[in-house]
Design a protein around this ligand. Structure first.
Ligand SMILES: NC(=O)c1ccc[n+]([C@@H]2O[C@H](COP(=O)([O-])OP(=O)(O)OC[C@H]3O[C@@H](n4cnc5c(N)ncnc54)[C@H](OP(=O)(O)O)[C@@H]3O)[C@@H](O)[C@H]2O)c1
Length: 274
């Protein structure tokens, strides 16, 4: 039990962020949750404050209000979104929105929280990456790029903050049946006349199938809560089905062209003639 400990959780209004926040609450943490759809106040035993991680002022205001309640022993960053689309047809503005939310959102939050943790002599920072932080899949380039950025950034961060007693953990989930389609828009330019239309349709339906049949988000929440209870936390925590663990392992071993061939075959399935 961590009765006196406080965790700040971003992206806690739905999906894995909500499941993680609830598991931490059940484990005895005081949870201060942030998301754009929160307007302030208590909900389900958690303090829910408005937070838009793409806005400097919103991050500042969230941290100010949260610190008045209790400074963070841990920060868990789950806020995220993706845009589905081909590299060619996804607009630069759509790439920017994904990178700004998933990656720069973490950078903003860390810049605000690190001084508080240093002053207190330590803390734990959990950054939600993804299996896509380790390997690309077709038609998710903006998301994949944002998660690769998080992976590189976290390695630098962990080395820099170690002397201050701050530990960093990357969570790399495989597919979980938690995500909402509202956070997975199609790039505006994708249409039936796209040169990529057939392969896009196949890929998107495999992605949706895998997520809807993915792992249990409650289990992920409990695993993170259990890990945060420990004095020492690992740098990487992959939480995925056995076949997704295997996919990452194989990806590390195989030459790039063979990997691409296997992944294309998996995501791009030819329609059987009627
Ligand atoms: N689900 C999966 O299978 C899976 C797999 C691998 C990794 N992940 C990662 O896990 C995290 C959660 O994903 P999910 O699919 O479970 O959840 P989700 O249902 O897509 O929820 C996204 C969350 O992020 C918040 N959010 C979005 N933009 C925000 C912003 N600008 N500022 C603050 N909060 C923002 C949303 O709340 P508001 O709209 O209220 O702001 C919501 O709470 C993400 O980082 C995702 O990349 C998920």
């Amino acid at each position: 039990m961590n009765a006196q400990k406080t965790v700040w959780v971003t992206g806690a209004s739905s999906g894995l962020g909500l499941h993680t926040a609830m598991a931490l609450r059940d484990d005895g943490w005081q949870v201060i949750a942030g998301a754009r759809s929160f307007s302030g106040g208590q909900k389900d035993g958690m303090t829910c404050l408005p937070l838009d991680v793409t806005e400097d002022e919103s991050v500042r205001e969230f941290c100010r209000r949260a610190a008045e309640i209790a400074p963070p022993d841990a920060l868990v960053q789950c806020a995220g979104m993706l845009v589905l689309g081909s590299c060619e047809e996804t607009a630069v503005e759509e790439f920017r929105r994904v990178i700004d939310t998933n990656y720069l959102g973490m950078v903003r939050m860390n810049r605000a929280v690190l001084p508080l943790m240093r002053e207190r002599g330590g803390g734990k920072i959990v950054l939600f990456s993804s299996i896509n932080g380790l390997m690309g899949i077709p038609f998710q380039s903006a998301y994949t790029a944002s998660k690769h950025a998080i992976e590189g950034y976290a390695e630098c961060l962990a080395m820099e903050v170690k002397p201050f007693g701050i530990q960093v953990m990357l969570v790399e989930p495989g597919d979980h049946r938690s995500g909402s389609d509202k956070y997975r828009p199609h790039a505006a330019a994708m249409s039936d006349t796209s040169p990529y239309a057939a392969e896009y349709e196949s890929s998107v339906s495999v992605i949706a199938h895998d997520e809807h049949n993915g792992s249990d988000p409650d289990v992920l929440g409990r695993k993170i809560a259990h890990t945060l209870d420990k004095k020492r936390i690992p740098f990487r925590k992959r939480i995925a089905s056995p076949d997704q663990h295997l996919a990452v392992y194989v990806h590390k071993l195989l030459p790039a062209k063979l990997n691409a061939m296997i992944l294309r075959k998996y995501y791009i399935r030819k329609k059987k003639p009627q």
